[in-house]
Design a protein. Structure first.
Length: 446
């Protein structure tokens, strides 16, 4: 990421059918593979995304959407990773775009330095030590307008502000904070979003076909179909911690992970809880068909030295069989992957734990299994925190083959929080964190 983007030269791009083709690429030095012995997980390949001006990238997709990128480069594509079926190629998705927090009069404000940015599906290729952008698809409304990444509802979401937190921005009911991605057999995409939280069905060309949201959300004014098909208990999602992980099972069903425990009965209870939820969704029935309680390991086990349980998150789930998943538990510094089997006997859908008045709530139980709640069993596959060369804030995981995983980090577009994120001219002071795809070899397979 370059902090001196104000003087960059325009980037020429070829655009066909709304997609900029493989001209968005850069080479950087590779991180050498680990010298660990063959019986330990080790990094066998690292590739880095080079500097691509965000304004040029966005305007090649939807001309005129970004007037000033404030020196920000393309980033945030590490929200997820899904194989395209071609060797070394993956589908990724950006999140809502560059954003940060600045405290004003003791209250944190959510900033959107590039409010015109439109989330995009980005196809990448690992080519030597470089990550190359092969193509990109903007996510649009029914009428072809950008969905944007702006907050949806004043009653539920953080109010959006300008880059310096001085000027309020308008809420946008079309806005999506996209995270997980999978591609269905018919060529359409499924995404998950943190705002609703919601499950979003997108055409091969990026048009939102349906957005499935919790019952009772009452999202109005969107320029695409909004369907209240998810359990209302999800209305209690923690702010900025909705859906992140998404997996496509061989049968075509989807598994969705809530990033953090729900705020039941209140925020304090959610912050101290280690129990989050997975949901199974049938695209054929357009309905949730199962729900599971998932139990995090203690935060100090996931991230030695961390003592704040609210730092625990799930950002990725990957199908590795008919009813088996890899579930990632992480903090911003490290991540661990567990093998989990979806046991029909563990289904809690429609029971007392989906009633917000149940007391104590599922999230309040110190030991749900001891209280009679079926909890998904799990087995640790790999602790990425012990593997040299794996970056922090891993959000995307993909299976490359029987022995290898690909992981990608979310670099937050080079953003940091606080007033120092931008200089006096309003240009980004880049964090220096790059987007990297890392291949990890597992000696005992997956």
């Amino acid at each position: 990421m370059s902090p001196n983007a104000a003087g960059r030269h325009p980037v020429s791009r070829s655009v066909a059918a709304g997609l900029p083709l493989a001209v968005l690429a850069a080479l950087t030095a590779a991180v050498p593979a680990s010298a660990d012995s063959g019986d330990q997980p080790r990094v066998v390949r690292t590739a880095t995304l080079g500097d691509i001006p965000l304004g040029a990238f966005s305007n090649a997709l939807l001309p005129g959407t970004v007037a000033d990128d404030r020196g920000v480069d393309l980033g945030g594509i590490g929200s997820d990773l899904y194989p395209t079926g071609r060797k070394g190629e993956f589908w990724t998705v950006t999140d809502r775009g560059p954003n940060g927090q600045i405290k004003v009069d003791g209250t944190k404000r959510r900033t959107f330095p590039v409010p015109g940015f439109d989330p995009a599906i980005v196809r990448i290729r690992v080519d030597g030590d470089a990550v190359k952008v092969v193509s990109a698809t903007p996510i649009t409304t029914s009428s072809g307008k950008p969905v944007t990444g702006l907050s949806n509802q004043a009653s539920r979401d953080e109010a959006p502000y300008s880059y310096d937190a001085s000027t309020p921005l308008a809420f946008d009911p079309n806005g999506l904070d996209t995270e997980g991605i999978v591609r269905a057999g018919d060529g359409t995409f499924w995404l998950v979003d943190e705002y609703g939280p919601s499950l979003v069905h997108v055409s091969a060309r990026g048009k939102v076909l349906e957005r499935y949201v919790p019952e009772g959300l009452n999202l109005t004014g969107a320029d695409y179909p909004v369907v209240e098909a998810l359990p209302s208990i999800l209305l209690n999602r923690k702010v900025n911690r909705g859906f992140e992980g998404l997996a496509l099972l061989p049968c075509g069903d989807l598994v969705i992970a809530v990033q953090s425990p729900l705020s039941l009965p209140d925020a304090a209870s959610g912050n101290s809880s280690r129990t989050t939820r997975l949901f199974r969704f049938s695209p054929k029935r357009e309905a949730v068909t199962a729900e599971y309680a998932y139990r995090f390991d203690p935060v100090e086990v996931v991230d030695p030295g961390e003592d704040d349980t609210s730092e625990l998150k799930i950002s990725s789930v990957v199908a590795v069989g008919r009813d088996r998943l890899l579930v990632q538990e992480r903090t911003d510094r490290t991540a661990r992957l567990h093998v989990v089997r979806l046991d029909r006997r563990a289904d809690i859908l429609g029971g007392p734990w989906d009633d917000a008045t149940t007391s104590p709530a599922l999230e309040q139980l110190a030991d749900p299994a001891a209280a009679g709640v079926p909890v998904l069993s799990k087995r640790l596959l790999v602790d990425l925190g012990t593997v040299a060369g794996v970056p922090g804030k891993i959000e995307g995981v993909a299976r490359v083959d029987h022995d290898t995983l690909a992981v990608i980090n979310d670099n937050d577009f080079g953003m940091t929080d606080g007033t120092g994120a931008f200089d006096a001219q309003g240009r980004l002071v880049d964090s220096g964190v790059e987007t990297r795809v890392v291949y990890v070899r597992l000696p005992n397979g997956i």
